[in-house]
Write a protein that binds this ligand. Structure first.
Ligand SMILES: Nc1ncnc2c1ncn2[C@@H]1O[C@H](COP(=O)(O)OP(=O)(O)OP(=O)(O)O)[C@@H](O)[C@H]1O
Length: 325
């Protein structure tokens, strides 16, 4: 099982008239083939920025750099990241967004949008150029059936606004099945959906891994949701990874104080793990040089306010905290 993504020292800074905002800081991680990595963090932690960086979709005021970025065995220079990722997007990397309605072109029927994906795949795998009219409806309907779209024959000829949020997310996953991306980045893909649809969409994502060995980066603010689907969890705060480890280990014994707070917020955990501290307040970016979590941390000591701890191996996991110095 090889790495499809290998990132070292990734940072993204937004330039704004009020100064620079470091949104992603010193991130290093690998993503294995067929692995689901959950990235969990609250609003403002930098999750979406990371997703956009990896998909080559950052806005113009974002500056990105890294010590190393290897995507699908290609070494990519941070300076040409945007261009390189644009080339890979849709083929190697596919993104499912939070807002299902922003994912598809509202003016184009589902059929044409799926057919475009089909044409891209056929050109890539067989070197054959097809036109939209060459694509067989039955072929596309099969993909819609695989993601349990009701009335696929009718849905195929609908416009996005005629579908529900859950149906659009399923169409996006059908598109991923057609394109067979090596890496799928899903940024809060189920936030806008009801609980039942949420579970079904997660199930479809998991099937993508089983069917075509896609690797998934699953981004959410909800640690309970991330845990149901992810092999590993990376907990993000203030632009940093605070803890990275196997999902079961992290849930059983969270090591970073912020992770402890997140795990306490899972209702089923609250009953059993009474000793874990609850984290109050919200993330506020500070100009201080220290750990971004110190203002809310129940274990803050002097060193925490002065410098950011390194990400270190603790009990087979990576943790960024002076508690383990
Ligand atoms: N285009 C932008 N220009 C300037 N600052 C930005 C821009 N986009 C995001 N930021 C800032 O970068 C930081 C990280 O934002 P990001 O959207 O990545 O966080 P997030 O964890 O995905 O939050 P949410 O769940 O609310 O989307 C925040 O402080 C945010 O205000």
């Amino acid at each position: 099982m090889g790495l499809v993504l290998d990132v070292e020292g990734l940072y993204v800074t937004y330039h704004t008239p009020d100064g620079d905002i470091p949104a992603v800081r010193d991130l290093s991680f690998g993503l294995n083939e067929g692995e689901i990595l959950g990235i969990v963090g609250e609003s403002g932690s930098g999750k979406s920025t990371l997703a956009l960086a990896l998909a080559g979709l950052l806005p113009r005021n974002a500056y990105v750099g890294a010590k190393k970025i290897v995507i699908l065995n290609s070494n990519i220079d941070a300076a040409s990241l945007r261009k390189a990722l644009e080339d890979l997007r849709g083929v190697g990397i596919f993104m499912v967004f939070q807002d299902p309605f922003s994912s598809l072109n509202p003016l184009i029927r589902i059929r044409e949008q799926l057919a475009e994906a089909y044409i891209t795949r056929v050109k890539r795998t067989k070197g054959i150029r097809m036109s939209i009219n060459d694509v067989d409806d039955g072929e596309l309907i099969n993909y819609l059936k695989r993601v349990n779209i009701p009335d696929p024959e009718v849905t195929l000829y609908r416009y996005p606004h005629q579908l529900s949020g859950g149906q659009i997310q399923r169409v996006m996953i059908a598109m991923a099945l057609i394109l067979e991306p090596r890496i799928l980045i899903a940024d809060e893909p189920t936030t806008a959906l009801d609980v039942i649809t949420q579970i079904q969409v997660l199930h479809e994502l998991k099937k993508l891994v089983d069917d075509i060995r896609t690797s998934i980066i699953f981004i959410t603010h909800d640690i309970a949701l991330a845990s149901t689907i992810s092999d590993r969890l990376a907990v993000m705060y203030g632009g940093y990874f605070m803890e990275v480890g196997n999902t079961l280990d992290v849930l059983k014994e969270p090591l970073h104080p912020y992770t402890m707070g997140l795990v306490t917020s899972i209702p089923s955990k609250r009953k059993h793990e009474g000793y874990l501290p609850e984290i109050k307040g919200v993330y506020v970016p500070t100009k201080s040089k220290g750990c971004p979590f110190w203002p809310r941390c129940p274990y803050t000591k002097e060193a925490c306010m002065k410098e950011v701890p390194e990400l270190k191996e603790v009990k087979g996991r990576l943790v960024r905290c002076f508690m383990y110095e």
